[in-house]
Design a protein around this ligand. Structure first.
Ligand code: ZN
Length: 138
């Protein structure tokens, strides 16, 4: 069995953003040479997410509004977590949007359903953060 590991680095300016990382993940898959197997992609930070959805800007605005309704950034004082930090909302947003995705690899390609794309979701930016790509198979 082949195994491949790579870290993708991001430095998002601003507190929150959704970035389509599908092309970068596909590059990893090509580099791995794996034709049949599984690809795991996860955020390596507890205030960021990796998730799969549609690359549609209206939907991304809807995600932002939805997350701000559930876990508004401000006031910072509403979160028991905040004290030394102000990112209580970011931990909750990450939990809602998820830590990782697993995608089947078939004939050397990501075996997506219609419109599926992989996104990095940043909820506490302005610093360097990592995403792990791990691929196993033949
Ligand atoms: Zn924190």
């Amino acid at each position: 069995m082949k195994s491949y590991r790579k870290e993708l680095w991001f430095d998002i300016k601003g507190r929150r953003a959704f970035i389509n990382i599908t092309r970068e993940v596909e590059k990893c898959l090509k580099e791995s040479g794996i034709q049949e197997g599984l690809l795991l992609c996860n955020a390596m930070h507890i205030t960021a997410s990796v998730f799969i959805n549609d690359d549609e800007s209206g939907l991304h605005q809807d995600f932002e509004r939805f997350l701000e309704k559930l876990a508004p950034e401000k006031p910072y004082s509403q979160y028991a977590h905040n004290g030394f930090e102000d990112n209580g909302d970011a931990h909750l947003k990450r939990t809602i949007m998820g830590r990782e995705v697993v995608v089947a690899v078939t004939k050397g390609e990501l075996d997506f359903g219609p419109w599926e794309q992989i996104f990095y979701g940043e909820f506490d930016g302005n610093r360097r953060k990592r995403v792990l790509v791990k691929i196993i198979g033949e």
